[in-house]
Structures are given as C-alpha cells and as structure tokens.
Write a protein that binds this ligand. Structure first.
Ligand code: SF4
Ligand code: MG
Length: 336
C-alpha cells in the first residue's frame, strides 16, 4: 500500500468582522509514500491553510473546518484529539516554514532544538539525542556540526538556518514533510541548494514531501506531481511532466509564463497574470478564474467547471475540455 495521505472534500473558513472567508473550498488530493507533491498557487489561494489544516495548526476560532477528511496512514486526523495530534506533529508529520527565524527558538542552542523532538518522541537519552543531532546537522550539509550544535540561530546565515530547520523537521524520521515556501526568503543560489538538499534527503530517508510554493520554477526539479490551486480549489493536477508539458488550465498557462527563463530577453522573462483573484467572502458560482481568463465563455460565469480526466493522473476543472467547447485556436482566430 503506497498511499500515505488522502485529503477529501476539505472546506476551511475563517470568521472575520466582515463575514466568513471561505479559504479552502473542497480540496481533494493524495500523497504516496516517498513522493513529492507540489501545491502551487498565488498567495491567498488556500495552499498554506490546507497545509496548516493537515497539521491542525489553524487557530479555531476564528478558523473552522467545515467539512472533509484527512486520512493519514489510514486514520482521519480530523478525528484525533489535540493530545493525539501532538504525538503526530514532529514525529509522523513535520513542517518547515518560509522564515526559519520565526520558527527557531532564538534563545536555545541549535543542537538542543534538534534534541527536543528526539527526547520527546523517540524517548532517547540526552547522550543519544545529542549524537543524533550532530548527525542531522552533518546530514543537512553543515560543516563542523559539533561546533554548530553549540551555537544559537543568530550565529547562522539564512541558508544555514533553513538547513537547521530541515534537520529539526527530519530528526524523528517523519513519513511526511510539509515545506511551506521553504526557499522564498533565500537568494536564488541558496534556494537551489536547499531544494537539492531536500531532494537528497528524501531519497535517503524515504520521506514524502508536500512542497508549497507560489513559484512553479522552484518545483520542476523536485516534484513527482503538481497540484495547481486557485481561489481555494485545485484547478489542475498531474504529474510534473503533464503540468509542465501538457498543461490544460488557462491559469496554469499563466503560471508557466511567469516562470523566469534564462536565455530570454529581460522584457519577456516575466509575464504577469493580470487581475486579482476573486473575493473569498462570496466566491463566484462559476469558474473562479473567469474574471481573469482570456478564454472565458458564457457557461464559465454560471457553472463551476466539471472535473475532466485527461489521463489517470491528469485532472482539470475547465470548460475548455468539454466536447462542445470551441478549440483554443478558435479564440485566437476570432481575436485576430
Ligand atoms: Fe477559463 Fe472557463 Fe476554463 Fe475557467 S472554465 S479557466 S473561465 S475557460
Ligand atoms: Mg502562504
């Protein structure tokens, strides 16, 4: 059995003074053991909320899980008590965030922070935990790990802090690592190194990864499958090859165009997607992308697009796939 995580019909909302924000509106996806799923989308699309709901880290209230299930290794995490969830977090599922400075404890030596989880979850002695902490720092590529273990986070560079976060997250050998924009705060060279590191460690430790990012460029090298999220729903999902080489959703086309390319004239490098996502207080009935879509048809405004299965692995919610929809070339011809 290779299925590790299965999220079904997840709906998450937040109460605010202005009304209810429907942040996640019926999300379905799965992750197999040892594979990497990237969840890609603009900020506010619900990707971080989805991740935090898996970890049960959303504050309730104002957050509320309205519907859905999150099966992890066969059990629904949404049915777990806080105490039981506490034993899953950091041990079975770990998370790394964009800014390690906010998730590392500034007053505790880095080695000690790795040891904490090992003592709590693995019931290691202090001596064993220390040994393992040094091993982990070495594994994430920090030179002189014995010395690094005795230092505080502020003595580390940004890239080193992210490596330390990964060491903490992987110390207990979790089955799933959720990385939320793990490289966004870093410069491009360091970004590539961290992605490379995550990929190496995944092979070594056989950890599944959910990589959450706004940047499709970051995921190319590491993901097996990609889910594209927009306005609280997954609009397209498929293998990396399907998303990069056979994308079917106009929003995915937009994301791909906005991936910076080398060897291309500066002015052509970044093509933004014009417009803004819909308001999630009262999301549109039809396709959430309709207001920004160059191909929007009458049907798109009133009816949420059905799920079209392009292959066993490639799904898209877009009316262009309907057999009676005009072909994309016809739109282009009509516009001249
Ligand atoms: Fe565009 Fe219609 Fe497809 Fe939505 S369903 S992405 S509006 S063509
Ligand atoms: Mg986010």
């Amino acid at each position: 059995n290779k299925l590790l995580l299965k999220v079904r019909d997840l709906h998450v909302a937040f109460d605010t003074y202005a009304g209810e924000v429907k942040a996640v509106r019926g999300v379905n996806f799965h992750v197999n053991k040892g594979e990497t799923l990237a969840i890609v989308g603009e900020s506010g699309c619900g990707k971080s909320v989805t991740a935090q709901t898996i970890m049960q880290l959303i504050p309730m209230p104002p957050g509320k899980i309205k519907r859905g299930s999150i099966f992890f290794d066969g059990n629904d995490l949404l049915q777990y008590s806080d105490k039981k969830m506490e034993s899953v977090r950091g041990k079975e599922i770990s998370m790394v965030f964009q800014d390690p400075m906010t998730s590392l404890n500034p007053t505790m030596k880095v080695g000690k922070q790795i040891m904490e989880g090992l003592i709590k979850h693995q019931k290691m002695s202090k001596g064993e935990a220390k040994q393992r902490a040094i091993e982990m720092l070495k594994m994430v590529g920090l030179p002189t790990p014995e010395k690094r273990a005795e230092q505080y986070p502020h003595e580390f560079s940004g890239g080193m802090r992210q490596r330390a976060m990964i060491a903490i997250a992987l110390a207990c050998n979790p089955k799933l690592l959720i990385a939320d924009e793990p490289t966004t705060a870093l410069d491009v060279t360091i970004q590539a190194q961290i992605i490379e590191l995550m990929k190496d460690l995944q092979i070594k430790l056989d950890t599944a990864i959910i990589l959450i990012t706004h940047d499709l460029g970051v995921v190319a090298k590491i993901s097996d499958r990609i889910a594209v999220m927009y306005a609280g729903v997954i609009v397209e999902s498929g293998t990396s090859d399907e998303i990069f080489y056979e994308p079917k959703h106009p929003y995915t086309w937009g994301l791909l165009k906005s991936v910076p390319k080398l060897n291309v004239e500066e002015k052509e490098r970044l093509i933004p997607i014009y417009g803004t996502p819909p308001d999630l207080f009262s999301p549109p009935e039809g396709c959430p992308f309709a207001a920004r879509c160059d191909y929007a048809m009458e049907v798109c405004k009133s009816y949420y697009p059905e799920k079209f299965e392009i292959t066993d692995t490639h799904l898209v919610h877009c009316w262009l796939q309907h057999e009676i929809a005009p072909k994309v070339e016809e739109f282009v011809a009509e516009r001249g």
